[in-house]
Ligand binder design. Structure first.
Ligand code: AVI
Length: 320
């Protein structure tokens, strides 16, 4: 129901998302302006991300699907049947079925903060797997989630594809992995996607595509701020920038001012000098050891690692 979907979003008397406003006002007040990447995903942003996953330059989605569709027998052997698959995020219409087909699960439990996406994804899956119990849970999975009683005594497999873990700085990523372990309980396993370090050219192309879809995705954040937080950011004076930060092993996305600008957001005034940026996203890239170390920091022991044929992306199975 509608009431269920607004439960997790704290709106003020004008219908403004308080957390969004707090993050934007605090982030724009910093020396290096920054807005957390989670605010990319309004309806327009989610659609643009879908478009990104189909771009010729954006290899992660195709590479991960290739692993999922070719390693089914190994998943079945190492994971076994009868687990409840708990997916962190609403689920992808393509990746999730590939996993479910391979391992003969006891139930599917998608977790998401956005109720509408969650219910749509759950309905989609129920239609594809008529005999499989599906228990969607509307929740913020960065904290421990209490799973439905129907799967309380069933061993769990967490599924966190897409290298979304890479969008968090390591300490946040480790916290999330630890929360996942608490959510999933005794004897759990985790199947997680991690994108790999590769040539700077390939990485930059994936985050600055020729068709300009990633630029639109990034600029949509400024448009969203203007729409939802009564902002006056001159979006046409900002440009998308993707840079490789070698020290932190990550692609960073920024919005760069092409000239000196001044604007307001929710009545507060901000200025940017020409060349100054708003840092909007980190996308960390891993090596075998850095991925394993992060998993261990989050309480997980790596069991097996698969790469796609071109060795661009990894999927790792770990146990609690
Ligand atoms: C969702 N996440 C894993 C994407 C990534 O590759 O970091 C988001 C994205 N940003 C730009 N392109 C894709």
């Amino acid at each position: 129901t509608k009431t269920a979907s607004i439960r997790l979003v704290d709106l003020d008397e004008d219908g403004v998302d308080r957390a969004f406003r707090a993050d934007v006002l605090a982030g724009l007040s910093q020396q290096q302006k920054a807005v957390p990447a989670r605010w990319f995903y309004d309806d327009a942003g989610s659609q643009l991300f879908e478009d990104i996953t189909k771009l010729p330059e954006y290899y992660p989605t195709r590479a991960e699907k290739q692993i999922l569709s070719s390693r089914g027998e190994e998943f079945a052997k190492l994971i076994g049947p009868g687990r409840a698959v708990v997916e962190f995020g609403s689920g992808s219409s393509v990746k999730t079925p590939l996993l479910l087909e391979a391992i003969d699960p006891a139930a599917y439990v998608p977790l998401d903060i956005a109720g509408d996406f969650l219910r749509a994804a759950a309905a989609d899956l129920s239609a594809k797997f008529p005999g499989l119990p599906v228990h969607p849970v509307e929740a913020d999975f960065t904290k421990r989630v209490v799973l439905p009683p129907e799967v309380r005594d069933t061993p769990k497999l967490g599924f966190f594809p897409g290298s979304t873990i890479g969008n968090m700085v390591p300490w946040t990523a480790a916290d999330l992995l630890r929360s996942m372990r608490e959510t999933l309980g005794e004897g759990a396993m985790l199947l997680i996607g991690m994108d790999l370090v590769k040539s700077k050219d390939m990485l930059i192309a994936a985050y600055d595509d020729a068709a300009g879809v990633t630029a639109e995705f990034n600029l949509n954040l400024a448009r969203r701020i203007n729409r939802e937080l009564d902002g006056s950011i001159p979006v046409e004076k900002l440009r998308h920038k993707a840079v490789w930060n070698d020290v932190f092993s990550r692609i960073e996305m920024h919005l760069e001012a092409m000239e000196d600008i001044a604007f307001t957001v929710s009545g507060r005034r901000f200025a940017m000098a020409k060349g100054e940026t708003i840092h909007t996203e980190n996308s960390h890239k891993f090596r075998r050891r850095s991925g394993n170390l992060l998993l261990q920091a989050g309480g997980w022991t790596p069991v097996k690692r698969w790469l796609d044929k071109q060795r661009r992306f990894s999927l790792i199975l770990a146990e609690a």
